[in-house]
Design a binder for this molecule. Structure first.
Ligand code: CO
Length: 160
């Protein structure tokens, strides 16, 4: 198992537009495995390559108990809107209410360059949109209609 360092907050790696993958080398396979290990170790539900300092269009995420990966993901259909609370491994201690599409269809390829076509709704659709934003250097706090710190949430809990 090889863990990578998760880039945080103002790291410039989080702000760049990532480039498409066109070299499916053994290094890419290693990166994918490391991203999965890093996401699971951090107890995250998704991770994009820029979050480990690699400016490539790659995401990994959890679909229930299954870990999935998409290389060169593109959203090709979106529908509906929902506002839910989300966080990010790169922004510890912060949560936000973020409007996202309720349903998305995403295409891309897997590590064997086999085409992938994913239909996702609700939480899974949210994860995919959040991770795809990372590939364009966008963090959830930019789209949030409300941002809170964990301390504020704890305080609210005490007041209720
Ligand atoms: Co994130």
């Amino acid at each position: 198992m090889a863990l990578r360092i998760i880039r945080k907050e103002r790291d410039p790696a989080l702000r760049k537009r990532a480039v498409e993958v066109n070299n499916f080398s053994p290094r890419l396979l290693q990166l994918l495995d490391d991203m999965v290990d890093t996401m699971l170790q951090a107890d995250g539900v998704g991770l994009a390559a820029p979050q480990v300092g690699i400016s490539k269009r790659i995401i990994v995420y959890r679909d229930g108990d299954v870990v999935r990966e998409i290389i060169n993901p593109v959203i090709i259909k979106k529908q509906g809107e929902a506002v839910e609370v989300e966080g990010c491994l790169s922004l510890p201690g912060v949560l936000g209410e973020v409007p996202r599409c309720e349903y998305v269809e995403v295409k891309g390829v897997d590590r064997r360059q086999e085409p992938l076509y994913i239909k996702a709704e609700d939480m899974l659709a949210r994860i995919l949109q959040h991770e795809l934003d990372h590939l364009d250097g966008v963090l959830f706090t930019e789209k949030a209609i409300k941002v809170f710190s964990y301390q504020e949430i704890e305080k609210l809990g005490e007041e209720c």
